[in-house]
Design a protein around this ligand. Structure first.
Ligand code: ADP
Length: 452
């Protein structure tokens, strides 16, 4: 087992990883920007190293500074969390060449699955259903034109380097293709430094359902059911739950086995997620793979009683997973709300600043993963996620009642948060009945139904 793990991240996920290290008896090292000197991850870790100024490019996104911090403190592994360098194959390579274990899959797999067109090819090879579309990169607009004509509109143009919903354009007719092609390329170039696009059939009213995987370096792999992530705004997830209200045992098994097959085909190990789009007839199509731990991992932990971060660290150290697929049955229901420092009444604009008072909910079946405390100043430089509220109930209805109660208890003053928005969403008939798709939030938001 590792002796000391450096956490190349900040915020709630850094704290989550420090907790796992402590429970495993591993020393932890935090890295922090000058802005985060008083952040909880800096204080909670056994050691902390300042790696630069506030801007991410010069701190949390700077591989050299992070590796130097690991070398100075004698850390034998680095956990990247999510975001920042978590899916950067060059960073994983750098760790390996410095004989520091990167806690995640191999750099080759990160590279291959990070190219979304390549990832789709790999899944086709493995026999996993994928969204119909181009065979790889579409370099000319004419190519997009003829393929779209062949498949039928609407289609969606997506960046091969995509992430966070950027560089995507839905095209409903041939007239708008030219413009969309240019716009998507420009957006992809600006966001990822790579303008390459691929094309897919646009699936109307899909659900976003993903499978959690856990594999070791000896070729053992299990799936820990699904997460329903259809409650999104601008392709960003807001509420996630497990199990999905629409997934039967039979479909879970089929999707889970397909995900395992796909991941083993590319030599995957560690925690990872295969994202699927599910259409109204319950056909499922591979969309992409995330080669890291995800923000929404706690809902899976709640219903499968597995600590995914501890498992991820253990398999990175070469240990064998001792969980059998037959033991993995979801128990109860879990829902997570992502609470952001944003103003939902004002088009979700970021709302950084000082938290003047803070009280987090507790009680039965209630978990809060956060790095916020009273008097903490939320910096404007980083992601606006300030807390994840996760509840568990014996069934979905109990989880929703608990979530409603916990949102009522949650006090964050001095800044605007998305707490009132979550209260509104979970009271809608669509959410209560489980009858929604990825367009749900846009529909209700546009209707101006929100009174918050
Ligand atoms: P990113 O990596 O930027 O998050 P994804 O490929 O995961 O991009 O897609 C994000 C979201 O965009 C999905 O959850 C879904 O809502 C929507 N989406 C992506 N591809 C399609 C498609 N072919 N048809 C319909 N919706 C799509």
């Amino acid at each position: 087992m590792f002796k000391k793990v450096l956490i190349a991240n900040r915020g709630e996920i850094a704290i989550r990883i420090i907790r796992a290290c402590k429970e495993l008896g591993i020393k932890s090292v935090a890295v922090y920007s000058t802005q985060d000197e008083n952040a909880l991850h800096t204080v909670f870790a056994d050691e902390a190293v300042c790696i630069g100024p506030a801007s991410s490019a010069n701190s949390y996104l700077n591989p050299t500074r992070i590796i130097s911090a690991a070398e100075i403190t004698g850390a034998d592994a680095i956990h990247p969390g999510y975001g920042f360098l978590a899916e950067n194959s060059e960073f994983a390579d750098m760790c390996n060449s410095c004989e520091i274990t990167f806690i995640g899959p191999s750099s080759e797999v990160i590279r291959r699955m990070g190219d979304k067109a390549e990832a789709k090819k790999a899944m086709v090879e493995a026999g996993v259903p994928v969204v119909p579309g181009s065979d790889g990169i579409i370099s000319k607009e004419e190519e997009a034109h003829s393929l779209a004509q062949q498949m039928g509109y609407p289609v969606i143009l997506k960046a091969v380097a995509g992430g966070g919903g950027k560089g995507m354009r839905i095209v409903r007719d041939p007239k708008s293709l030219e413009n969309s092609f240019m716009m998507a390329r420009a957006e992809a170039e600006a966001a990822f430094g790579n303008a390459d696009l691929y094309l897919e059939k646009y699936i109307e009213s899909p659900r976003h359902i993903e499978i959690q995987l856990l594999g070791d370096q000896k070729g053992n792999m299990v799936y820990l059911g699904e997460r329903e992530c259809s409650i999104q705004r601008r392709h960003q997830k807001l509420i996630e739950e497990s199990p999905s209200p629409i997934i039967t045992d039979k479909i879970r098994k089929a999707m889970g086995e397909a995900a395992v097959k796909g991941a083993l085909h590319v030599g995957y190990f560690s925690t990872g997620t295969i994202e699927f789009l599910v259409d109204s007839k319950q056909n499922y199509y591979f969309m992409e793979m995330n080669t890291r731990i995800q923000v929404e991992h706690p809902v899976t932990e709640m219903v499968y009683q597995v600590d995914l971060i501890k498992e991820q660290i253990k398999v990175a150290a070469g240990m064998t997973i001792d969980i059998k697929q037959s033991q993995l049955k979801p128990v109860g229901h879990s829902i997570e709300c992502r609470i952001n420092a944003e103003d939902p009444a004002n088009n979700f604009i970021p709302s950084p600043g000082e938290v003047t008072s803070f009280y987090q909910p507790g009680g039965p079946g209630t978990r809060v993963d956060t790095h916020i405390y009273a008097s903490y100043k939320i910096p404007p430089y980083y992601d606006s996620l300030i807390a994840k509220l996760i509840v568990w109930g014996r069934e979905r209805q109990e989880a929703i009642s608990r979530l409603n109660r916990a949102l009522d208890e949650f006090v964050v003053e001095g800044i605007k948060t998305t707490i009132p928005f979550h209260k509104f969403v979970i009271a809608t008939p669509e959410f209560l009945s489980g009858d929604f798709d990825t367009h749900f939030i846009e529909k209700i938001y546009r209707k101006d139904l929100i009174e918050i």
